[in-house]
Design a protein around this ligand. Structure first.
Ligand SMILES: Cc1cc2nc3c(=O)[nH]c(=O)nc-3n(C[C@H](O)[C@H](O)[C@H](O)COP(=O)(O)O)c2cc1C
Length: 165
């Protein structure tokens, strides 16, 4: 667990190797084991492997090259019909997406959380024809990595721990 958390890096280049539907299901399932307030599980997903649809989705972000080069994407939504407290629901969905990124890493795949696409939220929701209670949260592009990353960097603890009382 410690290793997975430390070694996971955002991967933005993928080989052409396709993913199995089972693998995608397993990753979504790992996401769904995230905690949520009252266990309300306010998330829904669309998995996409269809190249034509991936290319259309890509047109909605300046990171289009990442989606165009990915064999698959998992699109995460907030299902507002399941909401009980917006702020807590959004936090739970963040935990869910991180779970998926860790599962992706553990399976020898790579992935990246794409948030910039939220600027085109309405267009993406229309493209994917989701019910009106769905709010786009993120796109996770994933596949077998075609790049290797270094250690990454984070602020030192001395900058992020406000106080030890
Ligand atoms: C909410 C959120 C939105 C992000 N949006 C994008 C994005 O639109 N495009 C992108 O290339 N990376 C995006 N990232 C990935 C971050 O750039 C990346 O996690 C950060 O630079 C740390 O690098 P690491 O994941 O390799 O440790 C996003 C990450 C988060 C958590």
């Amino acid at each position: 667990m410690h290793e997975a958390i430390r070694e996971r890096r955002s991967i933005r280049k993928f080989t052409d190797a396709p993913l199995t539907e089972r693998l995608l299901d397993e990753i979504v399932e790992m996401g769904a084991w995230a905690p949520s307030g009252l266990n309300n599980q306010p998330w829904k997903f669309i998995t996409i492997q269809d190249k034509n649809l991936l290319n259309q989705l890509a047109q909605n972000t300046k990171y289009k090259h990442i989606i165009e080069g990915a064999p698959a994407c998992i699109v995460a939504f907030f299902d507002t019909a399941c909401s009980y407290h917006r702020e807590k629901d959004l936090q739970a969905i963040g935990a869910c997406i991180q779970n998926m990124l860790l599962a992706i890493h553990e399976k020898g795949l790579g992935g990246v959380w794409l948030g910039e696409i939220l600027n085109k939220r309405a267009a993406v929701e229309e493209l994917l024809q989701v019910p009106p209670t769905m709010e786009l949260m993120a796109v996770v592009a994933l596949g077998y990595p075609d790049e290797s990353k270094g250690q990454g960097s984070r602020k030192p603890l001395s900058e992020i721990i406000l106080a030890k009382k």
